[in-house]
Design a protein around this ligand. Structure first.
Ligand SMILES: Nc1ncnc2c1ncn2[C@@H]1O[C@H](COP(=O)(O)OP(=O)(O)OP(=O)(O)O)[C@@H](O)[C@H]1O
Ligand SMILES: [Mg+2]
Length: 228
């Protein structure tokens, strides 16, 4: 028996004054898949992600997570459905430590002792092979490591769908490879990753499938092998 996809977005419509940003777009993500979302400027990539993460209300369409229809009206709804985004511009606090950034604002962190969450942070970092220590100030880490800490935080919050919006644009080659290793590791742990990018080379290197949008329309969904 075929299991339900991790995520199904069907016929998604989003209208801004004067623009149909999304005109009935479909997008499917499987468990343990890295799925690239591509398209020219203005294609609708960010809008699709914002509908998925509850930043925008859609004007039509449906979203299913593991086969169940869900209503995502806020970022909190997205979080509750296991959907997390790591934005290109890091949204963590550079003057706090790595561990503080991983646990800040999370209910369970209120009563946990500093030493305990530092220990837990170090375990998570080492499990994911992220070269940082829990007690380091985040702002002293490279951008790549800061981004990986944001990913570690999302993963520890049980995210099933991880969205990376242009994650490589400010990284050098070595850092890109580090990020790809982390993505492959999460994939092997069953996380579904949506990789929004402009870089076709990187898509070939790390993705399983690709969805291409143009002017708010779905151009197609391809496996990496199918593409020239
Ligand atoms: N908040 C908004 N208000 C009005 N129009 C918007 C808004 N956000 C996006 N649009 C329009 O919707 C369309 C899709 O934009 P979107 O940002 O989703 O494209 P994108 O694929 O992410 O492009 P880029 O590669 O430049 O990031 C564009 O025509 C854009 O101008
Ligand atoms: Mg965009």
């Amino acid at each position: 028996m075929q299991t339900d996809p991790l995520l199904q977005m069907r016929h998604i419509v989003k209208i801004f004054p004067g623009v149909r940003a999304l005109n009935g777009v479909d997008f499917t993500l499987r468990k343990g898949e890295i799925h690239a979302l591509m398209g020219e400027n203005g294609a609708g990539k960010s809008t699709l992600i914002k509908v998925l993460t509850g930043v925008y209300a859609s004007d039509g369409g449906e979203i299913k997570v593991e086969g169940q229809a869900v209503s995502i009206r806020s970022p909190q709804d997205a979080q509750n459905n296991g959907i997390s985004t790591v934005y290109q511009e890091i949204t963590l606090c550079p003057n706090l430590t790595v561990a503080e950034n991983m646990f800040i604002g999370r209910e369970e962190s209120a009563w946990v002792k500093r030493k305990d969450y530092e220990k837990r942070a170090d375990e998570i970092l080492s499990n994911l092979g992220i070269p940082a220590r829990s007690t380091q100030e985040l702002g002293n880490c490279s951008l790549a490591v800061q981004q990986m800490v944001a990913i570690a935080r999302a993963v520890d919050m049980k995210c099933k769908v991880l969205i990376l919006d242009e994650p490589t644009s400010s990284l050098d080659d070595k850092e890109v490879n580090m990020l790809f290793d982390l993505m492959r590791d999460l994939k092997s742990k069953g996380v579904g990753i949506i990789f929004v990018t402009h870089f076709l080379e990187q898509v070939y290197e790390v993705s399983d499938r690709i969805t291409v949008l143009r002017n708010g329309e779905l151009v197609g969904e391809y496996t990496v092998e199918e593409l020239p």
